[in-house]
Design a protein around this ligand. Sequence first.
Ligand code: 2PG
Ligand code: MG
Length: 423
Amino acid sequence: MNAPLRLADLTARTILDSRGYPTLEARARLADGTMLRAAVPAGASTGAHEAVELRDHDEAYSGRGVRAAVAGVHERIAPLLTGHDWPDLASLDRALAQADGTGDYSRLGANAVVAVSMLAARGFAHAAGLSLHEWIARASGARERLPVPHFNVLNGGAHAANDLEFQEFMIAPVAAGSEENAVRIGAEVYHALAALVRRRFGSAGLGDEGGFAPPVSDPRAALDLLVEAITDAGYPPGVGQVAIALDPAANSFHLGDGRYRINGIELDRTGLVDYYLGLLEDYPIRSLEDGFAEDDPGGWIALAGAAGGRVQLVGDDLYVTDPARIRAGFEAGYSDAALIKPNQIGTVSQTLEAIRTAHELGMACMISHRSGETWDPFIADLAVGTGAGQLKSGAPARGERVAKYNRLTEIELDHPGLPYGVQ
Ligand code: 2PG
Ligand code: MG
């Protein structure tokens, strides 16, 4: 079933991401004339151990240009990959890693490498006569599943200009029964929230992921808005109904030494665990991501001891989609779930290995976009093909966010009968 891949005319170019900063799009042609494209997103709240993006650090785009990464595709990657057959994605991705030679992709740039790897995955799918999610399911040996979308409708932290320390407040229609219904619920709650925010605050800006950024600083005020919006839209808030998921992204309010500041109040590890327990008591929260900082293992262990089993604990900056870090974190008892972002680790093969590692350990996976996104819906196919059961792609608004949700409903339309829901 694994037909070989032969690429021609592999090129890259600079495009703008959803924040208006440069990112990289790769293009190539297959023997039958088919054109392949892939575009790479970029994070704002990045983990210290992520694969390294190549940025130009010159006068263009405040130093964020990607001309060197584009040049690397033309001068190093294209001569390596084009004009001969590749038997499978793993060997192509290994060749990319060897050509880079640094272990963190800092020579070729993880932005260049992941774009090419995503494009190659599309090529292998095409060569095998499969759609991308079907090919991913075969490559990863998983059973396909439509994920519960986690819509980030209130933004703070590094993604918004308000005073909310918590980065993401998401709604998850876990009982929607179908992707189409989940998207409808997400959009209706988003519009109910828009009306609520307008009534209460006059107007409010948007954050990077399309969620509202009202002038509140207390996470409880944001959670109250969410519950009210779910209710206003006519749905039942509840962990098994329309649930809430949080990504506090605690790196950004970690003062150091296990001390944190939320809404002007300083908390130690025990204080922060108690704070989260209070939120779990009062709100229908099903998932909590990066509740502690990536370099605070004591905090993670304390949180898992107090809240593990009651709420899904997700490691993002903590694991950076790295199979070894996921395994070590699981063995240390940090969390029971991993966030998955291909550009944190650098290739699609390594991303699939991270998901396989997590699933073999009995951990859950949530597939994720980045705060700076593009037209590319790759992660929607990744979520379905790996059967991860959960995906976050920001608000149910703005082209770069809905590209993913609309791809999920397209897959559902084309494959009636695919199961929906968290595993
Ligand atoms: C996160 C992500 C995506 P960023 O922290 O989970 O929502 O943000 O892409 O800025 O790292
Ligand atoms: Mg995160």
